[in-house]
Design a protein around this ligand. Sequence first.
Ligand SMILES: Nc1ncnc2c1ncn2[C@@H]1O[C@H](COP(=O)(O)OP(=O)(O)OP(=O)(O)O)[C@@H](O)[C@H]1O
Ligand SMILES: [Mg+2]
Length: 259
Amino acid sequence: MLKAMVHKSFPNNSFFNRFDHIISGVPYDTTEVEKRALRDVLEQFSPQSVHLVYEPLAAAIGMGLDVQEPNGKCIVDMGGGITEIAIVSLSGVVTHESLRVAGDTFTEDIQEYIRRQYNLAIGFHMAESAKINVGSALHELTDVPDDFMVLGKNTITGIPTAKQITYTEIAQVLDRSIIKIEEAITRVLEASPPELASDIYENGIYLTGGGSLLRGMKDRLQRKFDLIIHQDLEPLLSVSKGLGKILGASQKHKALLMV
Ligand SMILES: Nc1ncnc2c1ncn2[C@@H]1O[C@H](COP(=O)(O)OP(=O)(O)OP(=O)(O)O)[C@@H](O)[C@H]1O
Ligand SMILES: [Mg+2]
């Protein structure tokens, strides 16, 4: 799969034109066995070097933050499969938690709700469209999105059916998963060393990852934690932008590279 994707991105990279250096992000709680397996996969491109970098650090750099300074920063990367919460300082991760609740969980919650509530089976992509169009982390929005028509199949009759859904019902559906994420953020803040607490109070929380694009997420977290929430403008790209910067200045970011 990786080979096919690399070929798509770099169609002109032939056998004679190899990749010199490969850098890849990994979640912070990746095991040694998983790292080894990833390295093995990346070795197929015969690079001179393969380096792995923890994604919360890469995401922070992608957001333009200086992770080398002692000043602690709280990063929340709400991705597709996992949400990673990390406090970073001095090029390292000080406190961390990750949970398997993120953007795709929101999609699955919607899919499950539509099936249960309306006896309507919808595909993952339809549920994702519903999330993007009327998904909300807040029960009351000032900028109200238009209702969204989901198309699927009645689970009893088998007949294709449509149903109009509103953002308020989706907000209720997503509450449980968002609360799990909020609880994890609370635990990380609680576990962070007191000397970094003032940094976090001043810096607030840096929010990234595609899952954070959910309508109202920033405002919800702002209200919940009473901290400034910096929302990344390109949350789908923070890790890859960070990796690009690290690769471009590998000497400067040596401390981040796992060999
Ligand atoms: N406009 C949007 N509104 C809500 N969610 C969105 C939007 N655009 C993308 N997403 C969600 O973002 C998620 C993907 O985010 P991202 O690319 O950061 O994840 P990933 O890095 O691939 O996954 P992980 O970090 O878990 O390994 C998906 O769940 C997708 O549905
Ligand atoms: Mg990610």
